[in-house]
Structures are given as structure tokens and as C-alpha cells.
Design a protein around this ligand. Sequence first.
Ligand code: ADP
Ligand code: DP6
Length: 324
Amino acid sequence: MHTGKARAYTNIALIKYWGKKDEELILPMNNSLSLTLDAFYTETTVSFDPALQADTFLLDGQLQNTAATAKISRFLDLLRELAGTKLRAAVTSENFVPTAAGLASSASGLAALAAAGNAALQLGLDDSQLSRLARRGSGSACRSIFGGFVEWEQGTDDITSLAHPLAANGFENDLAMLFVLINDKQKDVSSRDGMRRTVATSAFYPGWLASLPEDLAAIKQAIATQDFTALGRITEANGLKMHATTLAAVPPFTYWSPQSLLAMDLVRQLRATGTECYFTMDAGPNVKVLCRRQDEAAVQQAFSNSFSSDRLILAHAGPGISYL
Ligand code: ADP
Ligand code: DP6
């Protein structure tokens, strides 16, 4: 039996990945940039076992159905190919993050699986190789291999598409992100289906793509100069632009709920009254509020007037993967 265990944290994109140019290899249409966070993570154990006839996938104590297990099996095939083995595996995973609710469980989940597989089969993959591998499971997972600010270079093939951490200057430690959990149930449109429909049909998609190089250059400058105002403005505008593309898809859809709009409005009110903060959203109704660490208590307090406190989770910059 060959067993490995690893932990990976979720990451939230400040410049979003939204669309693939290669569905099989998961090559994205654009570079994206994220912050890895310490509040949500996945721990996964993988055991390749000669006694097993088929792969099994236990998530949060529940044996997963055929479709979910098939997805894991396809990823395990990549590991088996690298190791030159046909052994089946038992995957046991715990999400310390709601699954499929727009809180990036796919990022931490697939990054943890890649790292656990690496350990189990003693593949000796370094973090760059692991980032490429995790990408094949879920695009955003390639960023969760690393801590702090991370950029995913879109690349042109399996080798050149991978993430790397930005040079650390301590800025990430001055930041906080408040997760406003509006709904942590599984969403109707997965990020995979949502981005596919948007790329194929949205009249706004070309505009989104054309605007990205400028956003990316500006946010990297903001990080290098530790300019929180610029960081927040770019983050908020980029997220809104991504969500606008879904409204022009055919058929149109949105991840927003009335409560999401309420949370966005609260952010604007806080800004207007002197507490600087900005929001971003992913493929779900939950809102993430970016602020300076020194303002986190004020932001949390303001949100607790409209949202119950168990729905508010504060996160800070988190580390990359670890082997357990
Ligand atoms: P989210 O916003 O949570 O990332 P997605 O719809 O993008 O939602 O991805 C959810 C999918 O990620 C799940 O259906 C499952 O395929 C995968 N996933 C989530 N957690 C894990 C895990 N711990 N191990 C393996 N795969 C996982
Ligand atoms: C909106 O990485 O979950 O969160 O590659 O199809 O698995 P797949 O999609 P996934 O998409 C994440 C989309 C996003 C933006 C982001 O994280 O960059």
C-alpha cells in the first residue's frame, strides 16, 4: 500500500480566470492572480492499494456517487501514468470549506489531491510540476499550491501553463478578507459549466478578454507598491466585469442573489463613510470583502448588523500546500 496525505488552502482570485482555450488540458484564456487564504482548506489522503478493484472517493465521510468518483479517477489516471502503475486508490478527503458553493473547494480539493498523490507514489514532483498537475484537475487549483499572491500564467501548452508566487514583500500580511456566506449549498451552475457557456455565447466575452492585460499589469503594480486603494479598485472592477459576461450568455445566468447585492451595497456604504473595503465574487452568491487588516474589526462589525455572525468568516493570507 502506498499512502500520502496533504493539506491545501483555498485561494480567491483578484483577477479572475473565466474561460478555457483547451478543455482537456485546462488551459485558460487569460492569466489570473489570486490570494491564498488561511481560513478554508482541504485535507486529503490517497492510498494506492493492490487489494482495490476500483477507485473510491469518500468526501466528508460520505461515499461519493459514480459521477464524482469518475472525476477523481480521471485525475488519478494522471498520477498512475506518471508512476507507471495500475493500482487503484482510496481517496479520503475533508473539506474545511463548503463544497461547490463558490468558495473555491475545487481549488483546495484538487491541490490537496495532487499533493497527496505525489507523496503516495513518491513522484518527487516539485511545486511547479505539482501546479501543472493540479491544473489538470481544476484550473484554480494550480494557484493553491503556493501561498500569498499567486499568478497563473496561461501558457500555450501543458508545460507552460502553471502558477508561481509573486515576490513576497509582506503586503499580503496587511490584508484581510471577510467571507460573507450567503448560501453555502451546492450552486446550480458549476464554474466549469458557467465559463464554458460564457465563452461560447456571451457577447461581452471579447470585451472581458481585451480588458485583462491592463487589469493584470495594474494589479501587479499595486502589489509591488503596496497600494491598497489600487488593489481594491482593480479587484472589484475585475470581478464585476466577469459577472457581467454571464448576463450576456445564452441562456443568461447570474450567480448573484438579493443578499449578494445587499452585501455589495454595504461595502459601498462603508467606503462612503471612510472605511475602505472592496468586494469580489466567484461562481456563487457569496461575497468576499477585501480590507486592510487594521479595518477588519470595523468591517466585520458593520456586516454583523445585516448578516448573522456565524455567516461571517475572516481570513488572512495563507500558505501553500503542506504534507501531513
Ligand atoms: P467551488 O466554488 O466550491 O470551487 P466548483 O463547482 O467550482 O465549486 O467545484 C466543486 C467541485 O470540486 C466538486 O463538485 C468536486 O468535483 C471538486 N471538489 C471539491 N472538493 C473536493 C475534494 N476535497 N477533493 C476532490 N475534489 C473536490
Ligand atoms: C470564478 O477552477 O473551479 O472562481 O478549471 O473548470 O475546474 P475548472 O474551474 P475552477 O474555476 C474558478 C473560477 C472562478 C475564478 C477564479 O478562481 O479564478
